[in-house]
Design a protein around this ligand. Sequence first.
Ligand SMILES: [Zn+2]
Length: 348
Amino acid sequence: MWKVVGHNRAVSLLQRSLERGTLSHAYLFVGLPHVGKMTLALALAQALNCAAAEPPCGECDPCRKIALAKHADVQIIGLDSPGNSADDKVRTEIGIDQIRQVQSSASLPPFEGRCKVFIVDGAEHLSLEAANCLLKTLEEPVGRVVFILLATGERFLPATVVSRCQRLALAPLAASEVEATLKKLGVEPQKAKLLARLCHGCLGWAISAASDGGLLQQRAERLDMLFDILGADYEARFTYALHLAAQFSQSRDSVYEVLDSWLDWWRDLMLFKVGCKDAITNVDFEAMIVEQAKDFGLAEIKEVINRLQMAGGQLRLNANPQLVLETLMLNIPRREGAAREASLPRFR
Ligand SMILES: [Zn+2]
């Protein structure tokens, strides 16, 4: 009855705990963005408050309210939730005020359901103060309250908080599973195949991209930038590096997305080179992959993949973004006779 695609181990563990009444009072769901952490958390909240004989039914009044985020006893706390007192531009942390509100709410009995559920979305963004405050609540569990922390990784969470939670790792789904799900949702087969590859097992992204053409458009622009760079001289490449470094200071994730798209592309060139063309990600660009793969040697492709991975790693370790990106630009080989010889970046 759980309306969750994949994550069978996590679902059956939660189901068993529910049946035996051995549910933990705090969970930590760890997995990539859009892999299904929030879906699973809401399903657990439904299971805890469902009015049907076999919860979660997804149909009863509490289940519907939870799905629409309108249930009084299921609260989502995140960077963008209303309790965050920081203004829009500096919302980089889940603050202590938000957790104090949670503490005060957790001390009251459920308002309309059987169990209060607090979902902390992006728990890695908890400020140290907020995490310590939450720790106190986790150390002194009260009845009929469940905390579900969602995080892409736990390294930014205090070990004391992690140790108070039951940890469930959500692995990316298989591309075939995503593709089948998208088709069931009415996405046309070619698009379903493409999105299933591009999402790398994160169904939530694929579902968003199926209805929001902007996501595929952004990915096309990221690849266009790469194709421009392949034909660009050093001066133009440095301008790209400067542009990306400026972008990094505004939105780190958008630059990681650029590097990830480029990594996918070079990985595709490598897969084609070694005869595994069925495994490529950018299935809609197959003709271009065939064409470009002729222009680069396998060693050269592997070197670019290394350089891209290295650049991503250095940025995550707070290296100087301009320096990292300039070095990367110098190490992307020039493609003689590139389809579009770009001498100037389009950002100017
Ligand atoms: Zn229900």
